[in-house]
Design a protein around this ligand. Structure first.
Ligand SMILES: Nc1ncnc2c1ncn2[C@@H]1O[C@H](COP(=O)(O)OP(=O)(O)OP(=O)(O)O)[C@@H](O)[C@H]1O
Ligand SMILES: [Mg+2]
Length: 507
């Protein structure tokens, strides 16, 4: 403690924090401090207690015991508003924007500039524009939030937090769905904020990107404090082994499936006006095919159209040799296609329902008795199997999903689709926000699916993941495939070249 204090003034310090929920001890004896002008990372596996700790700092939760000292005064925040007024702002992991309001209205929600009783719309728009400019993003303040992409929503959340001129800024996985370029913009803002003395708490599962901005790192495991260290005195491997309590030698499992010549799924000349054009690829039995490219290159859009979520203008899709007629996701599911969406909150979960219901809902036949009644025992044991397989941290399968940590909610969506006996699975950024140990489990499952003859398509912005798991990779640029490469014979540089449109064209 004395050592830390010598390094600079503590802006915020927490002592022996404990937080209990019914049937879960989320934090026990956690101490933490933040200095002015410091970026302090908090790391830990899914469910380690990171978000809970942040919610305590920002007044969302009251700790069961322990003390919070902010700017030299012991505090007990009774609400998020109180913490916010004292200068503590948080960008939550689950985005909290109001879809039917505009960008500007969201940024200044409940504190709109007024003239008399009326909202001063012109000032509202101008102030919002200034916030977005400061961040360097181009989003019109008048757009409705529901029209924005996940990445754009994340940028709006960040703009909103910046508008509060906070002294402590908490970022709970701010980059999980940002593009490389957007992440750069954010890092620049973080550097500026640091220079002006703001203390930043930074949570991310992308450990590699931390070196650039992080000063110190605190590791939590199972709700307990493990260590605090200067980032320069440690490294990613050491952080990971502290997170999981053992060292992880391998990032990717050994591939046990080998591609055959049999084409199980194919797409020919798929086009959707203004979105993508002439997209053709084949998927062979035993193969894992990657979709690489920058965010916005059209990978998700193609998958959504194949799945019937968006219309296709032209093109033919075949499964095991027969042409599919898909007009809606319902048709796609009936045909045996599965799509694990990147936008998990909007598309994947019934957040108030328990874990088991969420997993088995997509596949009621499987857990129903002959007379169409739900067999609860089957239902529960099936869910338990996947909770186990994906090491989902929950007190029981009856726990409502909204009480689970962000990463564990994502694992449930994956479990839900695995539970269906699908013939082709599209995994869209499946490991985003998921901790290292669980990533390995998901990769292993992908390999096993491929080995069982199920088609696997991996859409990922993480090139190491594409290189580590796929047999071939289709690279997207600007709505079309610029190359289909043999993974064993390519590398990061070549994929990037195709992804930026400079590679040779595909034939
Ligand atoms: N309101 C709540 N009621 C019951 N349990 C909760 C509640 N909020 C969190 N938990 C539990 O507390 C533990 C810590 O959750 P927390 O959200 O802090 O994890 P996290 O470290 O942020 O994980 P992730 O990386 O997945 O976001 C988890 O086991 C979670 O299920
Ligand atoms: Mg969290």
């Amino acid at each position: 403690m004395t050592n830390d204090a010598a390094m600079g003034e503590a802006l915020l310090s927490l002592q022996d924090i404990r937080k209990e929920f019914p049937s879960v001890v989320a934090l026990a004896d956690v101490s933490f401090d933040l200095k002015r002008g410091e970026v302090h990372a908090v790391c830990g596996e899914n469910g380690a207690g990171k978000s809970t700790l942040m919610k305590i700092i920002s007044g969302v939760y009251t700790p069961t015991s322990g003390t919070i000292t902010y700017k030299g005064v012991e505090r007990n925040f009774s609400s998020p508003l109180e913490a916010e007024q004292l200068g503590i702002a948080i960008i939550h992991q689950e985005l909290n924007l109001v879809p039917h309001l505009t960008v500007a209205e969201n940024i200044y929600l409940a504190r709109e500039p007024r003239r008399g009783f009326l909202v001063d719309r012109r000032k509202l728009r101008a102030d919002a524009q200034a916030c977005l400019d400061r961040l360097g993003v181009v989003i019109a303040p008048d757009r409705l939030v529901r029209e924005l992409s996940v990445a754009q929503c994340q940028m709006v959340e960040i703009a909103k937090a910046l508008s509060l001129n906070a002294e402590v800024l908490i970022m709970d996985e701010p980059t999980s769905s940002l593009t490389e370029q957007e992440t750069r913009l954010l890092f620049k803002v973080i550097h500026d904020l640091k220079a002006s003395g703001v203390g930043i708490i930074y949570i991310s599962h992308r450990l590699d990107e931390m070196a650039e901005i992080v000063d110190r790192v605190t590791v939590l495991r199972d709700g307990r404090f493990v260590s605090t260290a200067r980032f320069g005195d440690t490294n990613v491997d050491e952080i990971v082994s502290k997170m999981v309590g053992r060292s992880l030698e391998e990032k990717f499992p050994e591939r046990t499936s080998t591609p055959t010549d049999e084409v199980i799924f194919s797409a020919e000349n798929l086009s959707r006006h203004g979105v993508f054009r002439n997209v053709s690829f084949t998927l062979r039995r035993g193969e894992i095919l990657g979709f690489a490219g920058l965010m916005g290159a059209g990978r998700t859009e193609v998958a959504r159209a194949i799945f019937g979520a968006d219309p296709l203008d032209t093109g033919v899709v075949t499964l095991a040799g027969s042409t599919l007629k898909i007009a809606s996701p319902r048709d796609a599911i009936a045909a045996g296609l599965a799509y694990l969406s990147e936008d998990r909150k909007a598309q994947g979960l019934a957040i108030k329902m328990p874990v088991d219901a969420n997993m088995t809902l997509a596949n009621m036949e499987e857990v129903s008795s002959r007379f169409g009644l739900i067999d609860f025992r089957k239902h529960q044991s099936a869910a338990e199997k996947y909770v186990d397989l994906l090491s989902i941290k929950t007190p029981s399968v009856r726990q409502p999903v909204r009480l689970l940590s962000g990463g564990n909610q994502q694992k449930i969506i994956i479990g839900k689709w695995l539970f269906r006996k699908s013939r082709v699975l599209f995994f869209d950024e499946p490991t985003r926000g998921i901790d290292v140990g669980a990533k390995f489990a998901i990769y292993k499952i992908m390999d096993e699916l491929a080995r069982d003859g199920i088609g696997v398509i991996l859409i990922s912005s993480e090139l190491p993941e594409i290189l580590g798991m796929t047999d071939r990779v289709a690279v997207f640029h600007n709505g079309t495939i610029t190359g289909i490469l043999d993974t064993a014979r390519t590398n990061q540089e070549e994929i990037m070249r195709y992804a930026s449109g400079y590679g040779r064209t595909a034939h």
